[in-house]
Design a protein around this ligand. Structure first.
Ligand code: SF4
Ligand code: SF4
Length: 273
């Protein structure tokens, strides 16, 4: 149920609580943003995305002014697809796993903003194409030799499988890119390839280089990560690892790829490549 009053939030352990949402809104790409506020009766244990579903159904702000539904991206609602990432009270995170009781400020307010490193499509929805483009740059896939049945794959050790499993949980939410001081908004697609590739792509290169079949493209991946915008552009601020909702050891991946790139550069030098 949606409240249309402006009364102060009423905190309660078991009952629903009224939460004030401050949302940065933008009707279309390139347009100036504006702020709007909404009051939501949040059930105990509800998450930010559930409140956004309520807000999207509202036709008026906390002040009772008529407005349009707030737009946001979401897919799985269980922290697997990565599409609902946004800046919540100043910290980037997926909104599906952001529990209201954990993120609400002492004044009963939650502030929502779109990620700042990607172009805004509308309101909280951003275009994350560059994050996916950077996965293409490192060929973040296992090459296959056709669509027919290829039989059992090569053997792998349990230890390597365990490492790869952790890395494989990346959902390209782009939280690590939003938090990274080396990764900045660049809307001109022609410039993307020379810009810092991001912790997610570095970690995915590590994942596929560690795959027995994916390793066939290891040299091509390391070529990209050795060039401008590659692993050496990482400033080691380590913001990425602090915000990754899947707790992927990103700095470990950056260090591992840094070592692999050094070995690759030496081999390339002596082989005249
Ligand atoms: S590495 Fe973590 S923060 Fe970065 S895109 Fe993957 S899941 Fe998101
Ligand atoms: S450690 Fe590297 S990738 Fe991670 S936030 Fe810092 S500069 Fe970005």
């Amino acid at each position: 149920m949606v409240s249309d009053t402006q009364s102060a939030p009423r905190p309660s352990a078991n009952a629903s609580r009224t939460v004030r949402f401050r949302i940065k809104r933008q009707d279309r790409p390139g347009e100036a943003p504006r702020w709007e506020e909404f009051l939501v009766d949040a059930e105990p244990g509800s998450n930010v995305i559930a409140c956004l579903q309520q807000i999207a159904r509202m036709s008026k702000t906390a002040e009772g002014k008529a407005t349009t539904p707030v737009c946001y991206d979401s897919g799985c609602l269980e922290e697997v697809c990565g599409s609902c990432a946004m800046v919540i009270n100043g910290k980037v995170r997926p909104s599906c796993s952001a529990l209201v009781d954990k993120v609400v400020g002492p004044d009963g307010t939650i502030t929502l903003e779109p990620m700042s490193k990607f172009p805004v499509v509308r309101d909280l929805a951003v275009d994350r194409s560059r994050a996916f483009h950077n996965l293409e740059r490192v060929k973040a896939w296992v090459p296959i030799d056709g669509t027919y049945h290829l039989g059992a794959g090569p053997k792998d050790t349990p230890a390597n499988q365990e490492t790869r499993y952790t890395l494989s949980t990346c959902m390209t939410c782009a939280c690590c890119l939003e938090a990274c001081p080396q990764f900045n908004l660049e809307e001109d697609k022609s410039k993307w390839d020379g810009e810092f590739i991001g912790a997610h792509a570095i970690s995915q290169a590590r994942l596929f280089n560690a795959h027995p079949t994916g390793a066939a493209l290891a040299s091509e991946r390391l070529d990209v990560l050795m060039a401008k915008g590659g692993v050496n552009d990482c400033g080691n601020a380590q913001n990425c690892v602090k915000v990754c909702p899947k707790e992927i050891p990103l700095t470990e991946s950056i260090a591992a790829i840094g070592r692999a790139v050094t070995v690759h550069a030496i081999k390339s030098f002596f082989s005249g490549r």
